[in-house]
Each structure stands twice: as structure tokens, then as C-alpha cells.
Design a protein around this ligand. Sequence first.
Ligand code: SF4
Length: 376
Amino acid sequence: MSKLNNLIDEFVEAALSPSEAIEKSKQITGKEIVGCFPVYTPEEIIYAAGFLPVGMWGGKTEIRYADKYLQSFCCSIMRSNIEYGIKGVYKSLKATIIPAFCDTLKCIIENWKVAIPDIPVIPVVYPQNRTDTFGYAYLVAEFTRFKSEMEKLSGKTISESELAAAFDIYENYRSLMRSFVEIVKDYPVTINARKRHLIIKSGYFMDKKHYSELMKELIDALKAMPKEKHSGPRVVGTGLIFEPIELTDIFVENQISLVEDDFAQESRQFRAVARTEGTAMDKMAYRVVDLRGCTFLYEEQKSKGDMLVEMVKRNKADAVFVSMMKFCDPEEFDYPIIKKKLDDAGIPILYIETEMHMDSYEQIRTRIQSFSEMLM
Ligand code: SF4
């Protein structure tokens, strides 16, 4: 049990202290770091180029300089990232990768060049119509362009075998994460909603090979334990991110367990299983083509609502929790469609609007507490 607790503490600490975790990973690997904005970046290419990709998902900081570049109605993750950049928090980055999924991200690419000129920015553009053959062909061409940018940055050519090896490391990580979110349902006491989130988040600040080794140990340690009983409400979570962290504390206070998630920062990163055919580049492109139910990737059928209903049914969950990042247009646009599907299926919804910098949680605490009591 102490080994299990030590492992959990290591993950939690890394997620709560990203700078220290990244510094530690740099020392272990000897690699320079490349920052990756949300939501998806072809990390395997960065890894194959010899860099350590790290996640840039915002955080809590007083906004003093970012407002010069971004309107106050931009999402708080991006305002934090620009603020951190200007304040020098990211000064050790070799480059920043920004995927252009929404209007804010498109503007950020240009803003970054002016606001933080010392750190080069490399955009990645994803096609809207990705499920047709031309969408796949475009993705391969875009990833190939991105690969040449990484080669320029590292000063070395990335061989086919290096890319394949990096892809395998990431695919092993994704497979372990799918196992983790499945098994953790049976241990809601040892790994509550807060710890579940932090364990998954910590992977953004560690070398994926090292993280996967620890994750394998964690899964094995959990499997050796008897399953746990839990009497609180069971919910499925959706949204961009399950933060600020105080939100997860309120879940724990009310004994709410998260039985499955569709958070962009969590399961959306690893739920698409890679195809087996083709080169590593093909497989990377197919993973984007095959991902369903993500608000940031255009999908005519809008399958997310049905997907959430299915998640609730298969987990015998009590409700869906929507963590809505304020001013995140793609997530907000899809919400009415999702809500109708959930309403039609008679599934209760806990809708919480969040920002990275919130002063008070009392209203949210009261709403979550009432919702929890309603479900009991
Ligand atoms: S609006 Fe949403 S998708 Fe766009 S940068 Fe902000 S959080 Fe990300």
C-alpha cells in the first residue's frame, strides 16, 4: 500500500508543481523542452526530434500584461499562457507549438510572435473535413511540414525508424491510459476524482517513457487490491479541462466519483486506438481522422451527445458533469446539442462554468452540494 501511495504522491506532486516536474524530467532525459498548447499536437514528432514535449494548459496567475494582446472575452487558459510567456515562466522553452483549432488559437499564434519574440512559435493546422481521403492526405502533408520544422529546430534529420519508435512509446502510453481510466473506476476511494485528474495531468510534464513505466506500476498495484465500494454519486465528465483544482476538491467533499471522462485534457487524448497499417506518420494522421465526439474536430453527425448517453449507460452513472470553460466557443457551440440528447435520455446535467482564475467557489460549492444531494 505504501508503494501505491508513493506512486500516487509522485504523480500528484508533478501535476501540482509542473515547473519542478519538468526540471526533473529534463535532468533525467538530458533533453530540451518544447511547449505544446492545447488541444492536440503531434508530440511523437517532437519526441523523435530529441525534445521533451510538455503541456501548456494555463494556470492561476494575475493577468497584468496579457490584456494588451487578448481581449477580456478570450478564454482564461490562453490569457494565462500569454501572461506566463511575458513574465518569463516559459523562458527555457526551445519552441512553442500552437495548433490552430479555434479563432482564439489562430490569433494567439500571431500574438505570441510579438509578445514573446524570444521563443519561436510553430503552428499546426488541422483540416475541418478530416474523414475524407483528402483530409487524411492533408494531415500527412501538414505533419510532414511540421517534421521539417522540428528538424530545423534540432539540427538533425528524423529517420523513419526514430519516428516509429517515438510513435510506439506514445501508443504504449495511450494504451496504458485507457487501462488506467478503466481500472480506476473500481478504486474510487484510493483514487478519488481529484487524484484521478492529477495523475492523468502529470503526464504532460514528464517524459512519456518514464511516465508510462510509473503508470504500469500504478495499474499493477491497483489490480493487486480488492475492489472498493463507494456510495456517492457517479458521474461522467465532459469539457475541456477538469479545473481549477478547487473544483475537484468540491467533488471529493461531496463524495462524487468520476466513472468516465470526455475531457479534452484527459481521455480525448488517448481514447482513439491507432490503426495498424501504414507508416508512423499515417497512423498519426489516422488517429485524428478516427477521433469522434471532440468539439474541436468538425463532425457533421455531432456524435458527442450519443457518446455521453452511452457512457452513462455502460457505467450506470447518475449524471453528466459539464465543465464549461468560459469563452471556449467550440465547447459552448456544441452544448445545446449535447444537452438535448441528455435531456431526451432523462440524464441529469451538472453544468459548471469555469475559469482558470476564480476568486470564490462558494456558489459552485452550493450548486454541487445540492446536485449531489438530489442524486442520492
Ligand atoms: S477557446 Fe477553447 S479551444 Fe480555443 S483556445 Fe480557448 S480553450 Fe482552447
